[in-house]
Design a binder for this molecule. Sequence first.
Ligand SMILES: Cc1cc2nc3c(=O)[nH]c(=O)nc-3n(C[C@H](O)[C@H](O)[C@H](O)COP(=O)(O)OP(=O)(O)OC[C@H]3O[C@@H](n4cnc5c(N)ncnc54)[C@H](O)[C@@H]3O)c2cc1C
Ligand code: SF4
Length: 532
Amino acid sequence: MNEPVDVLIIGAGASGAAVAWSLAETRMRILCLEQGGWVQSTDYPSNGRDWESRQMTDFHYNPNIRRRPADYPINEDASPIKVANFNGVGGGTILYAGHFPRLHPSDFRVRTLDGVADDWPIGYSTLESYYAENDRMMGVASLAGDPAYPPKPSVMPPIPLGKTGQVLGRALNDLGWHWWPSDSAITTRDYEGRAKCINLGHCIAGCAQGAKASTDITYWPEALRARVELRTGCRVREVSVNAQGMASGVTYYDSDGIERFQPAEVVILACNGIGTPRILLNSKSALFPDGLANSSGLVGKNLMFHPYATVQAYFDEELDGYRGPHIAIWSQEFYETDSSRGFVRGYTFQCNRGTGPVMNAIGGMRTGRIPWGEGHHAACRRLFDRMSSTAVICEDLPEECNRVTLDPVLTDSSGIPAPRIEYRIGENTQRMAEHAVARATEMYVAAGAYDVHAEFPMRYAGWHLMGTARMGLDPARSVVNEWGRSHDVKNLFIVDGSVFVTSGGVNPTSTIQAIALYVADNIKNRLSNLFD
Ligand SMILES: Cc1cc2nc3c(=O)[nH]c(=O)nc-3n(C[C@H](O)[C@H](O)[C@H](O)COP(=O)(O)OP(=O)(O)OC[C@H]3O[C@@H](n4cnc5c(N)ncnc54)[C@H](O)[C@@H]3O)c2cc1C
Ligand code: SF4
């Protein structure tokens, strides 16, 4: 048996890193177990000319295609949207685009405002100072004054608009719709030992420059200096409980595949909206026969993905191509509920730059715009650098039928049952997506594009994983309380996207990390009576 620790964190991604850093000042003995390893910046596809083909193999977003040793398989046959993640130090932030919006104040009150889903037990004001602290730790580039939000400080100047941002910004001005430079976890000046973005434009293949804020280069170096221990290659199978129903530690397989038990006073799960319910459901005992922390029956239920629509358009003029961070600007014109639209809540437009040469060719050939043989090169040249796409992030409402369970047959390489996803797109979201595609098409027409086409839902776009261990005041309708502690097991906490009550219509990582910092502060403030 290993030496006991005070705090045991499972998962070294966006939230695990933030909670580890924040708790480090207590000088408790803190250990984090992570199933993956460190990714060296020299390993990123962006170092080589084959960066696009490696995004289709060993750096694919989907673990079932990527199949690295650290990945676990996911049965997603019953879902039109496929999961995107990364398993390693940094978690999903290794591959993410660094788009860094916050939830709106209204997102925490959708039951009150719109009569759907549930209100969160906390509000925007609860998280405001944690959002700001996280922005400083990650190094977020933004322009203060966005009218879609309450006032918020800027850490450094925003990423450049580029030609794409200018062309679409002008179109949005003509339409009278909101737009703003994208808040991005990408440094626009040298910051805390990180070099600034040089607009190479390979963010989703990992940033070898170190400008994109993945937590292996933001929170982790500081947490390790403060003596947090991070053990990689350690895959957790289950959380154990003692006779009093308190978590006593976890069973895991170390990097040699040897089964070990790690005792701990406090256990914190940070394995994301799929990995966390997977561990809880696999932690069955006489006291918790339906899985740990599951007296509500809600562990794994209410999975929210954010179904994405994508609208692509070609221009006669040259835009930025793939150079520069993915997202240039956003529009939140249609974010808040307007009942005349036939749906509640809303969406964000993420206005993106174009794709690299390989994706230009493959996309052009798939849609018949680029022929094979004669005329191939001329068509490639005509389309390359002249494309923009807008990704629409639709708010996903929680539904219990959308869920994570354990697959009865499929296991990972350690023999741990794999998660199985059942997911369908709700009617409200379907109507929202139709509205969004029509509005994005209007924007591209106003911008002078000549060939506009849409796809919904984007298949490999299950990158936002939320809702499967929701937060709430009522133990019968939620898994954790208003500060992230399990209602059933008083020394068990959850800090990842599982705790979201609703999804909002924006990327979740800044909120996930703000929640992790908020939960850590609650733990620190209550240390003397944490389990009362
Ligand atoms: C291609 C892509 C693009 C994205 N773009 C954006 C974006 O622009 N903006 C945005 O806000 N979000 C984006 N995201 C989503 C973002 O990455 C996630 O929201 C964020 O990383 C989630 O943080 P987390 O802490 O909940 O989990 P993760 O970061 O996923 O970390 C979970 C960690 O737990 C580990 N783990 C899981 N199970 C176990 C186990 N049994 N034992 C040990 N370790 C375990 C995993 O290996 C992983 O490292 C993107 C994601 C992808 C894949
Ligand atoms: S565009 Fe900037 S942030 Fe993105 S990969 Fe290149 S240097 Fe890194």
